[in-house]
Structure formats: C-alpha cells, structure tokens
Design a binder for this molecule. Structure first.
Ligand SMILES: *Cc1c(COP(=O)(O)O)cnc(C)c1O
Length: 392
C-alpha cells in the first residue's frame, strides 16, 4: 500500500502503548490498579441520562443536526459562559458544537496551520496538539512548561522572529498533565503576546469545572479584548462524566469559529441532537453535580498526595484536574520508574516523557479510581520500598 507520509510521522498514541504493557502484566496474574488514563470512573448524572432517554425517543432528533450545533445548544453554552465566567457570547457566531473537544482541537490546526507553519505547543502537553500540528503539515515548536515557572510558559523567552511566523499557540489550564492552574494576569500577558504577533490563541479549558476547595478556574475570554484573538475549547466530558458521549464546544473569536466551521462542515455532520439536548440539560442545571464529583476527587487527591508525601515526595495538592504530577526518584528515567512500579506493585501510572521531552523526569497519576484502591496503591508502593530520592 502507498500510505501517506504524514502517517509515519505520528508516534503510537501513548495510551495504546501503555495498554500493551498492561496486558502483559495482567497475563502474569497481577491485579492492576490503573491510575493511568484520565477518564472519570463515575457514571453520568441521572438527570442528564433521563433527558437523553426522552430526547432520543423523539423522531425530530433523528435527522442530521445543524453543522454548528442546535440553536438550543449554542444558547445554553452562551448562557453558561455568562453565568460561570461573566463572558458574553453571541450564540450565532461565537459558539460552535464539537464532537468532543478533541475533535475541535485537532481540526483547528487544519484551519490555521499550513505546510511548514510553526505552532507554539506547550511541552509537556495533551498529545493531540503536537500530532494534529504534524498531520496538518506544520512544525510543532515546544514551549517548555517548567516547575520553576509553575508550569506556565515563559512568553518572554519566545524569539520574536518565531512568534511572528507562528499562526497558533495553545494554553491549557487547569493543565493536563501537570495539574497546574493559571490566573487572569497570565491570560492577560498571553493575549497581549498573541495580539502583538497576530497569533490565534487556543485555550483548552477541558478541566474548568474539575477544581477543589475554594479554587475557581477563569476563562481566557474574561480578559478584555481576548475575543479578538482567542478561541476556547471546552467539553462536558470531564465535568459531567460524559467522555463517551462526545460533546463539546468552541467559543470566542468569530473569525476562528468560522474558519473551524469550514473544516468541520467538510469532515463531519455535527453531534446527535439528542446528545445536544442532554448537554443543554447538564449546562442549565445547578452546578450541584459537579460539586458532588469534585468533593469525591478532592478527597482522593488528599489521600494520594499524603500517601506520596509519606514516601518522601514533597507535593502540594493540585487546585484542579484529576492528575498528580510528580518527579521520579533520582537515577531512573520516567519509563524506567513507571515500568519498575508496574512490575513490582501492579500500580499503573504514566511516564511524563509520554507528554513531551520536558515531561521527562516526571510521572502522572490519575485519581480516577476508588478511594480504597488509591489507599491500596499507596500501601503497595510503601511495601515495595518505593521512595522519592532527590538528585544529589
Ligand atoms: C480529556 C481532554 C480533552 C478532550 O476531551 P473530549 O472528551 O474530547 O472533550 C481535551 N483536552 C485535554 C487537556 C484533556 O485532558
């Protein structure tokens, strides 16, 4: 077969590789505690299921949906942005439905990146930013997220010439994989940077509503004038335990939404209308369901952070996401540590290097598993003698 060259540039998807290793260990009869993939383990709340049940029975929902989302869905997103962030959106021109935010994130590159165009991609990051740049023929330029900068990009270090050539930049807070958060003053700085260099600023806000204690995550669109240069991706996947439903949205710059729509109308035909109705129900309901889920995640975070700290780590509880990002002990690479832990304890965590070269030296724990399993994971690490050792 004469396969396209672009396919060969794409490394195997991180979790596909991990699944293979997991299967090997499972075959040895070891009980695996999976703290790998970040997929909510709790079911979609009942009020959403009920709405979907009714909506799916209605024949008016069985035909092709409108390309950019149903008017009800777009209005619900605009209403939610106003209530949640104080951001006004025109549901006609500044909101579009997505088949999960991953779909929109991948497709925005096809609207903004030409052959050889640089795209500014945080590193470590959600792998799709980099692979979608490659698929579009662009040049992913890694922007390091370093611990000493609280995992925020150092905009001042991006060379002027590179900034001028780049068409797009991604930011993602609350951040996967580091669990870091950003405040409005950071967003203000990147918005000015994007304006100065005529760059489309893409904010991935998938974890906007997975936050703990008193922390509330801002939207980049809260910054004055951000709508001129920014598009924001959000999703019902993480906040409402709806990963399998494939429903999300992009909001912000009219021009960027229109460009994304050109790509999408030629590739997909929108999200099932009954799913959009269920999403309207989720977004319109009081945030009671997200509060309840966050209380569960928060307690799990406490358990695992405390557990690792008893083994020599010095971690602070993340303010959002369901990830703990921690350094591997001195003398091991990320992959070596993760393989060692899996083989000796059956606890599966993810090597930081899978999220980019600046993730080397770290591992990611996802707390999407029950409390008793998290406690047991800590016990197993302890018994196996796994401890954090600082580099000398
Ligand atoms: C999970 C995730 C997404 C994609 O979620 P969808 O289910 O496609 O909406 C996007 N960005 C980040 C950082 C994620 O972790």
């Amino acid at each position: 077969m004469k396969k396209a060259k672009r396919i060969s540039k794409i490394p195997p998807y991180l979790f596909a590789r991990i699944d293979k290793k997991k299967e090997e260990i499972r075959k040895q009869g070891i009980d695996i505690i999976d703290l790998g993939v970040g997929d909510p383990d709790m079911p979609t709340p009942n009020y959403i299921l009920k709405k979907f049940h009714d909506a799916s029975n209605d024949p008016k929902n069985h035909d092709y949906p409108p390309y950019n989302g149903t008017p009800d869905f777009r209005k619900a997103v605009a209403d939610w942005y106003l209530k949640r962030f104080g951001v006004k959106l025109d549901p006609e021109k500044e909101v579009i439905s997505l088949i999960g935010s991953k779909e929109g994130i991948a497709h925005i590159f096809f609207a903004f990146v030409d052959l050889g165009t640089p795209a500014l991609i945080p590193n470590p990051c959600y792998p799709v930013y980099e692979t979608a740049t490659l698929l579009a023929g662009g040049l992913p330029v890694p922007i390091p997220l370093l611990e000493k900068n609280n995992f925020l990009p150092d905009i001042g270090k991006i060379p002027d010439k590179l900034a001028k050539m780049s068409s797009l930049m991604f930011v993602n807070y609350p951040n996967n994989p580091t669990g870091a958060v950003a405040d409005k003053s950071f967003y203000k700085d990147v918005v000015s940077f994007a304006k100065k260099n005529d760059i489309l600023l893409c904010s991935d806000l998938a974890y906007s509503d997975v936050t703990f204690d008193d922390y509330t995550a801002p939207s980049i669109l809260e910054v004055k004038g951000a709508k001129d240069v920014a598009i924001e991706f959000n999703s019902l996947s993480k906040s409402y335990n709806m990963t399998g439903w494939r429903i999300g949205m992009a909001v912000g710059s009219k021009e960027a939404i229109a460009a994304l729509s050109v790509i999408k109308t030629n590739i997909d035909s929108g999200a099932f209308k009954a799913i959009q109705e269920a999403a309207v129900e989720a977004l319109s309901n009081e945030p009671y369901s997200t509060q309840k889920m966050n209380a569960v995640y928060s307690k799990r975070m406490d358990i695992f952070v405390k557990g690792l700290n008893e083994l020599g780590w010095d971690l602070k509880k993340p303010k959002g996401t369901f990830y703990i990002w921690a350094r591997v002990p001195a003398g091991q690479t990320s992959e070596e540590f993760v393989t060692d832990v899996l083989e000796r304890t059956g606890v599966l965590v993810v090597p930081g290097s899978g999220y980019g070269k600046f993730g080397e030296g770290y591992f990611r724990v996802s707390i999407t598993n029950k409390e008793n399993r998290l406690r047991e994971a800590v016990q197993r690490l302890k018994k196996a003698g796994i401890r954090f050792k600082e580099k000398k």
